[in-house]
Write a protein that binds this ligand. Structure first.
Ligand SMILES: [Zn+2]
Length: 216
């Protein structure tokens, strides 16, 4: 089962991908993670990527495509994968089709207000990095980490205004990609308004309609 996950920032795509990767026993390929790992290990690729990131520029398509191609040709991807964070451009989507036949593309959707509430309520422990939510996962004592007692902070990008702007950028950027997969008949829409424990079983049910079942 070769899947691509698409969805706006804050829709929970990474969480779903990681949970479903366990359910189906296929790797969760996150391009963000690959890039961070390459940077950390200071590989040739990592150094190249870092130079773009440091300049605040997007990593060029050729580099992203080459990286993903290499990763998807590894043995553990033979029976399938969940690709998360790729494609980000129409060119990347077309390049993927040249070396992989995708089974489905899952498009996770939620109204802007839901995503804004989800992200702007997020609080992070300044000491251990644990993540809370003022409404969905509040700490026992407001503002204090349950685990280490550290002070909880809000990331400066997690304000409604910044999130709204990111959502608008996402929509513009992904409209042609979504259209592309729709035309190919690969796109499945998943309602991601609720929390992950509701969304994940919904995906499992949905994929059964296409002959994909969880692996025991
Ligand atoms: Zn903590």
């Amino acid at each position: 089962m070769k899947l691509v996950f698409i969805g706006p920032p804050g829709v929970g795509k990474g969480t779903y991908a990681s949970a479903l990767s366990k359910i189906y026993k296929i790797p969760h390929i996150s391009t963000g993670e690959i890039f961070r790992d390459e940077i950390k290990r200071e590989t040739k690729l990592g150094k190249k990527i870092r130079s773009y990131v440091e300049k605040g520029e997007l990593v060029p398509d050729e580099i992203v495509i080459e990286t993903v191609k290499k990763r998807l040709s590894e043995d553990d991807c033979k029976n399938g994968f969940i690709l998360d964070g790729y494609p980000r451009t129409l060119q990347q989507a077309k390049a993927l089709d040249e070396f992989i036949i995708l089974d489905r593309v899952l498009n996770f959707v939620a109204p802007d207000e839901v995503i804004i509430e989800r992200i702007s309520g997020r609080r992070i422990c300044s000491q251990c990095g644990a993540i809370y939510h003022v409404k969905f996962k509040p700490p026992k004592v407001p503002g204090i980490c349950d685990i280490c007692g550290g002070r909880l902070i809000q990331r400066k990008d997690d304000t409604p205004e910044v999130i709204k702007r990111r959502l608008d950028v996402y929509k513009k950027q992904f409209a042609p990609i979504i259209e592309y997969y729709k035309e190919k008949g690969l796109l499945l829409e998943v309602d991601a308004r609720e929390l992950a424990d509701k969304v994940i079983p919904r995906v499992v049910d949905l994929l059964k309609n296409y002959g994909f079942y969880p692996k025991e």
